[in-house]
Design a protein around this ligand. Sequence first.
Ligand SMILES: Cc1cc2nc3c(=O)[nH]c(=O)nc-3n(C[C@H](O)[C@H](O)[C@H](O)COP(=O)(O)O)c2cc1C
Length: 530
Amino acid sequence: MGRYFIFGVIVACFAVSAVGLFWNLWYLAPLLVFGTLGTIGIYDVVQPSHSILRNYPVLGHMRFLFEGIRPEIRQYLIESDQDEEPFSRDDRSIVYQRAKGVEDKRPFGTRENVYAAGYAWVTHSIQPVHITKSDFRVTIGGKDCKQPYSASLYNISAMSFGALSGNAISALNKGAKAGGFAHDTGEGGISRYHREGGGDIIYEIGSGYYGCRAADGTFDADRFVEQAKDPQVKMIEVKISQGAKPGHGGMLPASKISPEIAQARGVPMGFDCVSPALHSAFSTPVEMMEFIGHLRGLSGGKPTGFKLCIGHRREFMCIVKAMLKTGIVPDFIVVDGKEGGTGAAPLEFANHVGMPLVEGLSFVHNTLRGAGLRDQIKIGAAGKLITSFDIARVLSLGADWVNSARGFMFAIGCIQAQACHTNRCPVGVATQDALRQRALVVPDKAERVARFHKNTMKALSEMTGAAGLSDPNDFLPHHFLMREKQGGMISGAQANPYLPIGFLLKEGKDFDGYRARWNRADFASFAPSD
Ligand SMILES: Cc1cc2nc3c(=O)[nH]c(=O)nc-3n(C[C@H](O)[C@H](O)[C@H](O)COP(=O)(O)O)c2cc1C
């Protein structure tokens, strides 16, 4: 409650000054000062827009003061503290501006170092195309899917109720409803906040089987059917891993488990909620495909797929071989980059376990092409994708749509305080503290979610037209150029080429060790064969 201390002192001083005024007119000065500050404090607590002020009345204005003078005082600070933050100030401010619907143009030109290694740009056309629409969509659902889903190209990535507050989930889902895009539940199950929002849901099934869990923690088909048959549920996603902590389970401490979380997850109160590192419903590639086929059947034929961050590339090839062996093909695969986010992860995992998105996505895309399955499976991508350039680039690498988690967290007021794991989020996004989450005003933030999505898609439409294309899914690797270490220029088509369709199914030239790895992959086991 310390954050209300200053405001409390101001109110007390105001009261003392008011009483003191009966004795001495001198108290008028402090009365006016503390009266003004008190009024500001009351306004801060009730105004809907600035979450930080609702949680830090009066005090929170210091943040805006420093933000305001930051450029001037920055040179006196340690050179560029931006490196210490997952998202740069520029990236975050573009989200805030698009969420607020204020001017998002940049004056004076780029701040990017265009001669730095890794700098990338999209090639524009002398004959740009004027595109009027920006509601770009992709239909997800293969041969065994009975209820294909028309998804937006940009959706809210998995973040569970528990990692995020009820108000955050509510604002995200209502925003998705208003904007006509989807909201992935994350592995924490479907909560009342998802249901109240009415927005399209992607129901994620993690190793904890929350919402479809038997008393012993294993998968419960009857409970799953109860959840999956809800018309609000559009797709089913099995979580194999997320980029920020692949191969590492999760745990929600008992202290953070409210009755609502327990209800959404189907777990008892008073116990830590552990998501094991691996699934109990399957242990081989073939069993994994059978589980996916089973879920699709139980859901009445809704698009069913899985999400992973690439680890041992051979293991992903085992899964693809199991698709060919069983004839069970998922409707989609979501590739999460190592650079993805999380509520909490060990440092080593957050920094050095799992494949970055560019490589992971290109590998999945090409393995499916090599196995002749690419046209049956849609690919989603996630991992620091918040601008239209980010989206266009991963679409060119082979993705069919894009998910963002932290982009939408910024839209609901996240200030990247990186306190998600402490339950003391200053803006009510990643906390179960009832008073702290009060800072997040759902109607105001839901509008921002929808507006951020709409303006990002508009920017994507403009970039697509500038490149002389009519649809963002027409972006191909050759539309992007990158600067290499030595300073030279390289095309996306050289760096991440599309490999020939079916090349893994017949003898022939190997590409970058794909065939050697494929030959070692086994549909019956994830264990290395040699
Ligand atoms: C607070 C938070 C909670 C998350 N929870 C989940 C989860 O339950 N399941 C999952 O598959 N990914 C989870 N993720 C990962 C995101 O869905 C996403 O894949 C990753 O963060 C990349 O997207 P981003 O860079 O836009 O954040 C979480 C991420 C964040 C930031």
